[in-house]
Design a protein around this ligand. Structure first.
Ligand code: ASP
Length: 354
């Protein structure tokens, strides 16, 4: 064979090998944008949920999903999509975040939130806010406008007010069904029931009908935009009748929220103390990054193996660096929804809906 010919064959062979190598290491492309959200996990059974309540939750989830998807479809950032969807759910009394948050044992709403931008792994978080209408926007302001990651209590509200974020009277967050949950929990504990917050609507004479009587409803969103950037955010009122300024996982970066470009975005919901102990959101990302697990396998390992092993329950929404989405829950339900470019939106409540 002529030397020229032999060289070109060798070149071709090397090229083919390089191509094969590249295919083996580059993950298959995901959708050009994608978004998933949750509205809390817990004991949610069909028998507890009447058709009206179920329809109301599905409508709330669809509206929040569409709001974030609209941002991404129009070329907006993952961070904007996350903030947009979370703000909508913070305004929606169906969820335990912003308006509709659960009450502390002394009849207050202490609000926690966090957000993370996967580009530089920058993050912001707030805990125990009482007057800021949108805690997720306060978390974003901490990330973008301060040199800190986490602010708490009255200082966090003061910072948010300084940043021009809307401040509201505490009664703004009040909902009758959350107040009843508080009363019920305090009675169970044989503890004193606090005064209704100033400005709250008077107790209805009748109306034991509570369409939305469940204790859950933390909200979270993960998104990937057309530029390939990921973000995650979580917002909550925490747990009913919490005391001593208890803070759960939702505002803890690595537990409730995590995002890292090329790897993952995660938001958690469930018994926060266990998610903190596991660094649950970061753990899902670590399994993807270091063990090369698929996003579904990583989420399932944390939610179905690691959490139950220490007594925790709840779920996560997760995506990998390419925007492929996963839900995982070890409870009977998790309010959840997802959509990706070119796909039909999915809205689920019960564990067996897939
Ligand atoms: N994880 C939240 C907390 O512990 C509650 C929840 O997700 O239901 O504050």
């Amino acid at each position: 064979m002529a030397p020229m010919r032999r060289d070109s064959i060798r070149l071709l062979a090397v090229g083919a090998l390089l191509l094969l190598g590249a295919c083996a290491t580059t993950p298959a492309a995901g959708p050009s944008w994608s978004i998933a959200l949750h509205g809390g996990a817990g004991v949610i059974s069909r028998s507890d949920m009447n058709p009206e309540a179920e329809a109301s939750y599905r409508a709330s989830l669809s509206a929040a999903l569409e709001a974030g998807a609209g941002v991404l479809r129009g070329g907006g950032s993952a961070l904007d999509a996350v903030e947009t969807s979370v703000r909508l759910m913070e305004d929606d009394p169906n969820f335990n975040a912003g308006r509709g948050a659960v009450f502390t044992a002394d009849g207050k709403n202490d609000l926690d939130a966090s957000i993370m931008d996967g580009r530089m792994r920058s993050a912001g978080a707030v805990a125990g806010m009482r007057t800021t209408r949108h805690p997720i926007s306060a978390a974003r302001a901490v990330m973008e406008k301060s040199s800190h990651v986490m602010l708490a209590g009255a200082g966090a509200d003061a910072f948010a007010a300084e940043q021009g974020l809307e401040q509201v009277a505490p009664a703004y967050f009040f909902t009758e069904h959350r107040w009843r949950q508080l009363e019920q929990e305090l009675r169970r504990r044989n503890a004193a029931i606090p005064m209704r917050p100033e400005g709250a609507a008077p107790r209805p004479v009748q109306g034991a009908t509570d369409l939305h009587d469940h204790q859950f409803g933390t909200v979270g969103v993960v998104a990937r935009d057309r530029a390939g950037n990921v973000a995650a955010g979580t917002s909550t009122g925490g747990t009913t009748a919490k005391r001593w300024n208890r803070i759960g996982d939702s505002p803890i970066i690595g537990a409730g929220t995590y995002a890292q470009n090329g790897v993952c975005a995660v938001s958690s919901t469930g018994t926060g103390e266990f998610f903190i102990r596991l660094s649950a959101a970061r753990e899902v990302c670590a399994l993807i990054e270091h063990r090369r697990m698929s996003v579904q396998a990583a989420a399932d390992k944390v939610v179905h193996e690691e959490l139950p092993a220490i007594g925790g329950d709840g779920g996560v929404i997760a995506m990998d660096g390419a925007g492929r989405l996963a839900f995982s829950l070890n409870t009977s339900g998790m309010f959840r929804a997802r959509v990706a470019d070119g796909e039909t939106p999915v809205v689920h409540i019960y564990a067996d809906e897939e």
